[in-house]
Design a protein around this ligand. Structure first.
Ligand SMILES: [Zn+2]
Length: 614
């Protein structure tokens, strides 16, 4: 397999703006020179993840991850450097010779995760083949056609069928798949003798892909309803599949979500697939109706608007109410509810009215959560007696108390006043009471008001929470930074006899930079980090790049940094020598020499400590 040459990698890199690639996964907002967003690598509520378009690097001030565009994809999608280059090339429409491509497209079978994914993708292929090409699959195929799915859609979502004959186990036996791996895959049920049997039988199979687009689990829907079988059966949790994390179709929907600026949350897989076939491509579904905070978090990183479009029946309405509550409690997402006419569910609506009407209704049927809740609260209420109306109004008031826009509030109050033939001022008075009592309650419970997400760079505050830097290290960092960025500084420092950094990491980076400048004219951080290769050192360089702001440096400042470092270096060298001597003295059993050396070491340590505190 041909190694991708550096000039090709350069072409790919220069054809790409890192912000565009990161922007596919993280919602970025401009703040000063950089872009900020919520870090995709860990859970956080205030953005500490930054992207510099100048330097073409990303850096998280909270978890410390950082690097260039390739590194970003390597970390996020768990792919190799080569695969990341291929992905970026495709993103930027750079033609890449096929010889660099092949390996990247082959499944990653080296790691256990890779092997499990490979197993799932093979299973998906088998189930799909059975569905579309065999007699066994015909009833399931008829069912999907009857649900209005086209062959293209069935192909795109790799829908399949698991027949009663339990073909998966013999299929893998033939390929001599590893028994332990099969056991851990969740695709089989194990009996007391340790024998494995297909978990899914007589079910229409929906492959569940993870955020990177790999099949990580399955959901099987019964073809013929029976009393003792659940309608949907999911894979159990495995190394690949965590139910609370996975969002159905998130991988395919992501570009559409970015483009539309909003995501639509459906209740079931069929709704998502059916909507996509009708051209509504930004649809996703949680596993089952309960949305988790982890899923909400993943959504929030991609967009700031969400439409909840659940079924029109009672469970669907209840789930909508619950989803609104969760979204409002755990995110800053702007929530809308889409309620289809006559309580239809999305799939029903599309089949009854066609694709175009479906696309339109997805826009026109949007309503605010308050409006949905006003309606939700009157379900199952006759509202024909005063006491029922009063009970309804009592439920409604706390909701209205949360509405902060005066115009919207006025609208709701007018509607209520009209409908119930009440004096609007009476409603306003009651609302005031509710607001006062909730405020008092919050004060008693010390509930802090939700803090808005600050979009200014939280750089300094977050960074300062980490290990404080010593004076020496600050000098080393500054000097290293300017060595990389300023050719005059480079010329000067490389002339200083016996100059070296005290800390090994900086010294190693300095040495690597000497090699880098022999083959590269100008310094580019996004390129230099690839040159370095070692992860820890890459991160150090990225940290320098994002914490030191690029202005000028005076020769005087450079002299100061040099002095701090040179003063420190001999002390360190002395300490190392004394410690070596102490080891030697211990080995020889020279007690007097040991005592003397310990005293000297302590003195040197103290001196070093004192220097650091200056
Ligand atoms: Zn982070």
């Amino acid at each position: 397999m041909a190694k991708i040459p550096e000039d090709v990698i350069e072409t790919v890199r220069t054809a790409t703006n890192i912000a565009d690639v990161v922007g596919q996964y993280v919602q970025l907002k401009k703040s000063g020179k950089n872009l900020f967003g919520l870090c995709p690598f860990h859970e956080e509520r205030t953005p500490s993840f930054s992207v510099s378009e100048d330097k073409q690097i990303f850096h998280c001030f909270s978890c410390g991850r950082g690097g260039n565009v390739f590194k970003f994809l390597m970390e996020l999608e768990h792919v190799s450097f080569r695969e990341a280059v291929v992905k970026v090339a495709d993103f930027s429409h750079v033609d890449l010779d096929t010889e660099y491509r092949e390996e990247a497209n082959a499944p990653a079978v080296d790691s256990k995760t890779g092997q499990l994914i490979d197993l799932h993708e093979q299973a998906a292929k088998l189930y799909h083949h059975i569905l579309v090409n065999t007699e066994m699959g015909q009833p399931a195929l008829d069912y999907l056609h009857q649900r209005g799915l086209t062959d293209a859609t069935i192909e795109q979502y790799q829908l399949g069928f698991a027949p009663g004959q339990r073909l998966l186990k013999p299929f893998f036996d033939q390929r001599q798949a590893d028994y332990q791996l099969l056991r851990q895959s969740g695709l089989f049920i194990e009996n007391t003798q340790g024998e494995l049997r297909d978990r899914f039988t007589e079910r229409v199979m929906f492959p569940l892909r993870n955020a990177s687009g790999h099949v990580a689990a399955f959901s099987g829907r019964v073809l013929k309803k029976t009393e003792d079988q659940p309608k949907y059966l999911n894979s159990p949790e495995t190394a690949l599949f965590t139910k609370s994390r996975l969002l159905f179709n998130f991988d395919l929907a992501r570009p559409a979500i970015r483009q539309a600026g909003e995501v639509t949350l459906f209740e079931g897989y069929m709704d998502v697939i059916s909507a996509a076939q009708a051209g509504v491509l930004n649809g996703i579904a949680s596993m089952g109706t309960s949305l988790t905070t982890e899923q909400i978090y993943a959504i929030e990183r991609t967009t700031d608007k969400i439409n909840v479009c659940y079924d029109g029946d009672t469970p669907g309405q209840r789930a909508t109410q619950r989803a609104i509550g969760l979204l409002q409690q755990h995110s800053h997402l702007q929530v809308s509810v889409i309620q289809l006419p006559e309580g239809q569910d999305p799939d029903e609506y599309r089949r009854a009215h066609g694709d175009e009407a479906f696309q339109q209704v997805m826009q026109s049927a949007k309503e605010t959560p308050i409006r949905f809740q006003l309606r939700y609260l009157r379900r199952d209420r006759a509202l024909d007696t005063d006491s029922e109306r009063l009970a309804y109004l009592n439920d409604v008031m706390p909701l209205l108390a949360q509405v902060s826009e005066p115009v919207a509030l006025d609208l709701y109050l007018n509607q209520l006043a009209n409908e119930f033939q009440l004096d609007k001022s009476a409603l306003v008075a009651q609302l005031k009471q509710v607001r006062q009592s909730t405020a008092a309650q919050q004060e008693r419970q010390h509930v802090p008001a939700p803090t808005p997400v600050p979009l200014t760079a939280p750089v300094e505050t977050v960074h300062q929470q980490r290990r404080p830097l010593t004076r020496l290290e600050r000098a080393e960092r500054q000097l290293l930074y300017w060595l990389l960025h300023d050719r005059n500084v480079w010329a000067k420092v490389t002339q200083v006899p016996d100059f070296c950094f005290v800390h090994d990491d900086y010294q190693v980076i300095y040495t690597l930079a000497q090699g880098y400048f022999q083959t590269h004219q100008a310094y580019q951080s996004a390129q230099f980090t690839d040159f370095i290769q070692e992860e820890r050192l890459q991160q150090l360089v990225i940290e320098l790049e994002s914490t030191i702001s690029l202005t000028a440096v005076t020769p005087r400042e450079i002299d100061d940094y040099l002095k701090v470092i040179m003063d420190e270096a001999p002390l360190d060298a002395q300490l190392r020598a004394k410690k070596r001597a102490l080891t030697e003295a211990s080995r020889l059993g020279d007690a007097a020499q040991q005592r003397q050396l310990v005293i000297e070491i302590v003195q040197l340590e103290q001196q070093r400590q004192a220097n650091k505190q200056v």
